[in-house]
Design a protein around this ligand. Structure first.
Ligand SMILES: [Zn+2]
Length: 279
């Protein structure tokens, strides 16, 4: 059995098709899925899906991309994060996420062209990360971390947390779609975090090299569907990514780590249960 620890069934790409997607996934052995929110609306949608379907769980949070919308009204950020806190009380919410830091300049974005990361924008991302991280600690929830080109800041952020906060986060954090950076692996090992591996491991030599160094005991599988299609379906360009493709990622990980696919499945599923505190 496989666990897709990060899949956006709450996004428009999957509108109306949830039941079919879950049936297809289950037939491939993918029986548990965590659905991360990226703003208030998609967080609520993640909860709605999780409460309707067995094996589905929700994460709620405001993604760094969405923080750009608070630049002109920073006071609204606190209000929306307090609404995220209310959502944490809902049934089947296992984590805060996805939250984090992103310095990448996106050339095409639904929020407009060339979103540059000004010092004000990045400071607001850090503030949102800190507020939401402390919600997770306060309510004993897990955390899904998005990081892109901000490893230095993320390392500093975690190292600056108090000892008791660091302790509370042990086995509670996943570095989602972890960048191929040995300092992030070192962070994960020092703090007992998990490393999320996605479809890019099927074609990116740098990612393959990185995953070779990650102990299986720290690894969880994720599709990040509808994004990051794995090979060979990626070359066909026929469909968005689906949780049904988790076994393709597992097979590549098994090949890289020179273990059986069964071992990858059972260990990463056990890791996901530890991460999200599920029985
Ligand atoms: Zn995601």
């Amino acid at each position: 059995m496989f666990f897709d620890t990060h899949c956006h069934l709450n996004f428009h790409a999957f509108e109306g098709g949830t039941e079919k997607i879950l049936t297809r996934a289950a037939a491939a052995g993918v029986t548990e899925i965590v659905i991360p929110g990226t703003d208030l609306e998609t967080s609520q949608k993640a909860i709605d899906i999780a409460q309707k379907f067995s094996g589905c769980y929700a994460a709620v949070g405001i993604h760094p991309h969405h923080i750009s919308m608070y630049l002109e009204r920073p006071e609204a950020l606190e209000k929306d994060i307090s609404n995220i806190e209310k959502l944490l009380a809902e049934d089947k919410v296992v984590a805060v996420g996805e939250i984090g830091l992103d310095r990448h300049v996106y050339r095409i974005s639904k929020h407009g062209p060339d979103i540059t990361v000004s010092p004000e924008y990045f400071a607001l991302q850090l503030r949102a990360l800190s507020l939401q991280m402390h919600l997770a600690i306060k309510h004993s929830k897990s955390v899904i971390i998005h990081n892109r080109e901000s490893a230095d800041d993320l390392l500093q952020f975690f190292d600056n947390l108090s000892q008791s906060d660091q302790k509370a986060l042990e086995n509670r954090v996943v570095l989602h779609c972890c960048e191929s950076d040995d300092r992030l692996l070192d962070l994960a090992i020092r703090h007992s975090f998990f490393i999320g591996v996605d479809g890019d491991v099927t074609y990116d030599p740098k990612k393959q090299d990185f995953i070779r160094r990650v102990p299986l005991s720290r690894l969880v599988l994720e599709t990040d569907a509808p994004y990051i299609l794995p090979e060979p379906v990626r070359s066909e360009k026929r469909q968005p990514n689906h949780p049904v493709f988790i076994p393709l990622i597992a097979a590549k990980v098994a090949e890289i780590l020179e273990v059986s696919v069964d071992e990858v499945a059972s260990q990463t599923t056990a890791n996901a249960h530890t991460l999200y505190h599920l029985p």
